[in-house]
Structures are given as structure tokens and as C-alpha cells.
Design a protein around this ligand. Structure first.
Ligand SMILES: [Zn+2]
Ligand SMILES: [Zn+2]
Length: 106
């Protein structure tokens, strides 16, 4: 069964809109699809485990009290088992993710 689509009106910075339109048209991605995809992600975000590769929902995962990273639901790994350099790399990547979703992972 097809899902119901609704029309929404949003206000976006003109510059941001123009820049994104260029990229979206080059990649042939409809604006509605990218917004829907993003909102779907924000409503129930998922991560991929940096250790075993498992895809899991953040809402189903625990946070390690020692390192404050989300623990993989499958292998239970967090940042504690990583070297300082790798842990820092994951931390910096997580910052991009948190910029996109507008706040902390969990
Ligand atoms: Zn894992
Ligand atoms: Zn930890």
C-alpha cells in the first residue's frame, strides 16, 4: 500500500537552497526525497558499528558510562577497546553526524 504524502511549506536559507539544488540535480535526487530521507533518519537514527559493521538503531542501544559512546547491540563494542588515535577518528566522525541531527547521538 502506498504511503500518504503530504505537502509541507518550509523556509530555507536562499543560499543553502541554491547550492543544494545544484548538487541534487547533478545527482538526480528530488528535493522531496532527500528531505523525507533526512526526516526519516532523524525520527529513528541508526549507526553502523565501527567494529563489526552491524547496523543498529540508536534508540535500542546503551551508552557506555566510561567512554560515553553508544555500544553496538551485537558485539557490545564501544570506544573503550579502541586505540586513542582510532577513538579520536570515530569521535570526529560522530561530530559530523551530530551536526546533521542537531545534537547528541544519545
Ligand atoms: Zn558491533
Ligand atoms: Zn566504553
Amino acid at each position: 500500500m502506498a504511503k500518504t504524502k503530504v505537502k509541507v511549506t518550509i523556509a530555507i536559507d536562499e543560499e543553502v537552497l541554491k547550492k543544494s539544488e545544484k548538487n541534487l540535480s547533478e545527482k538526480n535526487i528530488p528535493r522531496s526525497r532527500i528531505i523525507e530521507s533526512f526526516l526519516s533518519y532523524v525520527s529513528d537514527p541508526h549507526l553502523y558499528c565501527f567494529s563489526c559493521g552491524e547496523k543498529f538503531l540508536v534508540s535500542k542501544a546503551d551508552v557506555c558510562s566510561k567512554c560515553s559512546f553508544v555500544k553496538c547491540v551485537k558485539c557490545k563494542n564501544c570506544s573503550c577497546k579502541l586505540t586513542e588515535q582510532t577513538s579520536n577518528a570515530v569521535f570526529q566522525m560522530r561530530k559530523v553526524y551530530e551536526d546533521l541531527i542537531g545534537g547528541r547521538v544519545k
